[in-house]
Write a protein that binds this ligand. Structure first.
Ligand code: IVH
Length: 711
């Protein structure tokens, strides 16, 4: 190691190391395309750590050592709320609502009090401070008096404006110094997807969308927050710590006018209207894309709010009407293990059937052995189960240990085929080692036929079960050689349904390449990756031949995905399946996209206005050939907005978000390599890698290994 002789050298060396480390972190975490080994990366980091430890005066707050990946920061800084972020009193019945109303009417001296009824979002409450129109501070509720400063993370959430328009503020009588309080939530779809990903990667499993939202904000690496598809809804606007309007409804209107997402709310002329609103949403809440746990009712007029005042914990002018919890307790009869497509064993709790929010629940996934350990669960225990939206129910906790409890043990042999079970040390999952395990076949076939894959309608679980157990289908290609007699002989099948199914199967032959690639069920190859691979390689044959180097040239394909694809095609059984598919006539082709360079890899472009030199399509095509992508709308994560003549609102949006704007000439210069790429492409400001990496939360930089076989 070089001995650093004087201070300026020391500074220089540290700065150089920081720059290099940032670059490699970006390549690793965001682009998924590291250019140095893990060991080399660790050496750089260790050198910087050592320099900083020996000379604490040179540590900069943004040094990589101060973040996850380096020495983690200890928690977050604390900030005080002015005024405190209070909680709400709860009402569990309409009688309680009527009592609340009676009091408000008495104090107001009115016949009826006007209310605002709002969805009560189940997330993480957040206070956002804007200074001179710019987002300056984001603080969690904490204990209501002191919260945590999570600004860098929250700034990465799309739904949180980084800036409020000064002209609009002015129109509302505000000066750009303001505070918006509201709720950060994770929509149900994003929640389901996150847990799926976490499972695949062996990461933490989140019990509900609220925990997932909190767990995505209270992290040390803001890229994780950015990748989690969080949403924000504002319900309070303060200026100088006070509400600057005469009515709460005006406050909500102002929040919307400032480009925050409006929460669902309604003005109600009386408590009867409020009850109606509560009833309506109780019925409809199942269908909402996010979880609500009740309705918040607020006195609309500020003067009356002030008259009613506060208790030490909550305002007297607001109340939360809580919907019955979709939680129930029941007993775990037994824990069984299901074998999935990849051979992974998933523990499932078989429960005493119980109605949870109108649906009878008799089983619940336990995800993996780590989850069982976390819950401390054994068969015979009483558990609390919860159902969120349409998401499958899960066990929240053990409420009472059973008298005669049986510890959950991973079976030594596969419950489906009796083969050995293996666990590799860097994975959570236990897997069946048998490539020909019927459970794997069944699950692979179900995936192959699924709607986003080959889309074979009518090939449901019951039929697949029989096709696999009778060994009529041992390989995807066998599907295409099924005859009507054999099919009609299966249970629940008649000649007509067999004919229909055969027609569906035959029809699936003309699916495009991306569907076929996705249908193969290669680990880590989801729909989007399948599409990119199809575009890049143009045929299964070309994909089969690609090595890791060739694969990593595809935008968004990182080392882990590339390794998985190579491994998949290295299995003889899989290659044989591909060959047989070809023989039955399945070998779709895509005109391969000519890639000129990877210069714009991971960069996104938006076009607005009319271009003079070439059509937008052609310009988009060129961006694609250099590895970039064209997107339709401007967001904080857009890298460039190219502006032609008479640009539309995208131009204003780009300006307000501070996205880099290019004239047509500048765009041409960029294409020719005469203009430098935006800094943002190489610093850690923007998330672009696959969410998978960012969500893994794991410090391991190595890809996980396990064999994959189709059938
Ligand atoms: S008003 C002083 N409005 O519910 C009143 N809260 O149980 C403060 N919440 O801490 C809150 N949706 O995190 C309000 N429309 C809404 C809400 C809402 C969700 C949360 C908020 C609060 C908790 C109280």
């Amino acid at each position: 190691m070089v001995k650093i002789k004087n201070d300026s050298k020391l500074f220089e060396r540290a700065a150089k190391l920081r720059e290099e480390i940032r670059l490699h972190e970006h390549r690793y975490y965001v682009l998924d395309r590291p250019s140095i080994s893990d060991a080399k990366f660790d050496r750089l980091m260790n050198e910087l750590k050592r320099l900083e430890a020996e000379h604490p005066e040179i540590v900069t707050p943004d040094s990589p050592t101060q973040r996850v990946g380096g020495a983690p920061r200890k928690g977050f800084e604390t900030r005080r709320h002015h005024p405190p972020m209070l909680s709400l009193d709860n009402a569990f019945s309409f009688e309680e609502l009527e009592r609340f109303d009676r009091r408000a009417r008495e104090v107001s001296g009115r016949q009826d009090v006007e209310y605002v009824a709002e969805h009560k979002y189940d997330g993480l409450s957040m206070s956002l401070h804007y200074e001179k129109g710019r987002l300056a501070l984001a603080v969690t509720r904490g204990d209501g008096v002191n919260g945590e400063d999570v600004t860098p993370n929250v700034a990465r959430i799309e739904a949180v404006p980084n800036r409020v328009d000064p002209a609009k503020c002015k129109r509302l009588g505000l000066d750009g110094d303001l505070e918006v309080r509201g709720e950060i939530i994770m929509p149900l779809k994003a929640f389901a997807k996150l847990n799926e990903q976490q499972e695949e990667l062996g990461g933490k499993h989140f019990a509900n969308p609220r925990n997932a939202a909190a767990g995505s904000v209270r992290v040390l690496d803001s890229r994780i927050t950015a990748s989690r598809q969080l949403d924000f809804f504002g319900y309070y606007l303060l200026a100088g710590g006070r509400t600057p309007f005469a009515r709460h409804s005006e406050e909500l209107e102002a929040i919307s006018a400032l480009n925050f997402k409006a929460l669902e709310w309604k003005r109600c002329a009386s408590i009867e209207d409020v009850k109606e609103y509560c009833r309506k949403w109780e019925e409809k809440r199942e269908k909402l894309p996010y979880e609500i746990d009740g309705i918040v009712i607020k006195v609309n007029e500020l003067w009356l709010q002030q008259e009613l005042g506060f208790t030490s914990k909550a305002p007297r002018w607001a109340i939360a009407y809580k919907y019955p919890a979709r939680q129930e307790t029941t007993t775990v009869r037994e824990v069984v293990f299901q074998v999935g497509r990849t051979g992974a064993l998933t523990p499932v709790a078989l429960l005493d059937p119980v109605a949870v929010g109108g649906v009878t629940v008799s089983r619940s996934t336990l995800h993996n052995m780590d989850e069982i350990e976390r819950l401390g669960l054994a068969a015979g225990d009483s558990v609390l189960i919860e159902r969120a939206g349409e998401v499958i129910p899960h066990v929240v906790k053990v409420v009472l240990r059973g008298k005669d409890r049986r510890e959950v043990k991973v079976p030594e042999l596969c419950p489906e085929c009796g083969s050995h079970i293996h666990k590799s040390p860097d994975e959570v999952a236990y897997r069946c080692v048998n490539a020909a395990c019927p459970a794997k076949r069944r699950e692979s076939l179900i995936h192959f036929a699924s709607r986003h894959a080959m889309n074979i309608d009518g090939l449901g679980n019951k039929i697949v079960d029989q096709l696999v157990s009778t060994e009529l289908v041992k390989d995807f290609a066998d599907l295409y050689e099924l005859g009507v007699e054999k099919l009609a002989a299966l249970e629940r099948m008649a000649k007509k349904s067999a004919d229909n199914l055969l027609r569906e199967i035959a029809g699936s032959k003309s699916n495009d390449l991306s569907r076929l690639i996705y249908a193969l069920g290669i680990r880590f190859v989801g729909e989007r990756t399948a599409q990119l691979l199809a575009e890049h390689f143009g045929s299964i044959g070309a994909l089969e031949k690609a090595d890791e180097q060739a694969l990593s040239e595809v935008v968004e394909v990182g080392p882990k995905v590339a390794a998985s694809i190579v491994e998949f095609f290295s299995e003889r059984a899989n290659r044989n399946t591909i060959k047989r598919l070809r023989e039955v006539g399945i070998d779709p082709k895509n005109a391969p996209k000519e890639t000129v360079s990877n210069r714009f890899a991971g960069q996104s472009f938006v076009f607005t206005g009319t271009l003079a030199r070439r059509s937008r399509e052609d310009a988009g095509e060129l961006v694609g050939r250099h590895g970039g992508k064209v997107v339709g709308s401007v967001s904080k994560n857009t890298d460039y907005v190219v502006v032609g003549a008479d640009p539309g609102s995208k131009y204003d949006k780009a300006k307000s978000l501070g996205v880099r704007i290019l004239t047509e000439d500048e765009f041409e210069a960029l294409l020719e390599g005469k203009l430098a790429l935006a800094q943002s492409g190489t610093d850690e400001k923007k998330p672009r890698g696959r969410a998978a990496k960012a969500v893994s939360g794991s410090t391991s930089r190595s890809a996980k290994k396990s064999t994959q076989t189709l059938f």
